[in-house]
Design a protein around this ligand. Structure first.
Ligand SMILES: C[S@@+](CC[C@H](N)C(=O)[O-])C[C@H]1O[C@@H](n2cnc3c(N)ncnc32)[C@H](O)[C@@H]1O
Length: 232
């Protein structure tokens, strides 16, 4: 079940305020490297995602970054591939105003789209990679977005989802933190909230083969799901 639109819209001001501070302060003390990297068109592409891409013999990679924020965090330049990033976020129009105010221009402009509307917007089998980092737990209906991501992929395409572990619970569902992701001893990719619980890899098994894993970044537990579109 999606969360209510009211709950989602209540969180928007916090999210926009966060990015307004981030952009105006050029990342501030905490995120100054992150800021520099995101706006550097020569920044190497994310190595963890690059290593997970299956070689299809083609250098051209069409990648969709879902919930990218005002500027993607993925980096841009790869030795193995020519990566064309399409970045989407439902707050892109607000972010566009913030970017103008801060006087900065991202190498890839984020387009306005809810994750829940991706399939209608782009059509199926469009992308070699569907990626999302720290965004699906912020959405109204992550299960719907995950189904869309699976269908947006070309055969053998990579689905790469990275999220903080149980972010809804650990933040008290503040701002746009609306859902929890977790994994278990069988590396199932679990989405839950209140009494709702889904094993996403089983839900997607007609389309995608995938497993989740927990990793720690600066002591912060994250869940990474890596799956590949079946050749159907
Ligand atoms: C914490 S930011 C992460 C941005 C970026 N991915 C990163 O790692 O820096 C979460 C983003 O998720 C976006 N988001 C919220 N609801 C969404 C939805 N329904 N579909 C796609 N993205 C959504 C927010 O607008 C916000 O920009």
């Amino acid at each position: 079940m999606p969360i209510s639109h009211d709950k989602w819209f209540e969180g928007v001001n916090y999210e926009v305020g966060f990015w307004q501070n981030y952009l105006n302060a050029k990342g501030g003390v905490r995120w100054s490297d992150d800021f520099r990297n995101r706006f550097d068109p020569n920044r190497p592409f994310n190595s963890m995602v690059e290593e997970a891409i299956r070689d299809t013999g083609s250098r051209e990679i069409e990648l969709l970054d879902i919930g990218s924020g005002p500027v993607t965090s993925l980096g841009y330049v790869s030795k193995r591939f020519d990566i064309r990033i399409t970045a989407v976020d439902p707050l892109a129009d607000a972010y566009s105003v913030l970017l103008d105010e801060a006087g900065v221009m991202p190498p890839v402009k984020t387009q306005n789209c809810f994750g829940e509307n991706l399939l209608q917007h782009f059509g199926s089998r469009r992308f070699h990679v569907c990626h999302s980092c720290n965004a699906l737990d912020h959405s109204l209906d992550p299960r719907n977005i995950l189904f869309a991501m699976a269908q947006l992929l070309r055969p053998h395409g990579l689905m790469f989802v990275r999220v903080h572990k149980n972010e809804g619970e650990s933040t008290g569902y503040s701002g746009l933190h609306n859902w929890n992701f977790d994994t278990d001893e069988n590396r199932n990719f679990i989405l839950w909230r209140d009494s709702e619980k889904y094993k996403i890899n089983e839900d997607l098994s007609d389309f995608v083969d995938g497993r989740a894993a927990e990793m720690h970044v600066d002591d912060d537990p994250e869940i990474v799901f890596i799956g590949y579109r079946k050749a159907v």
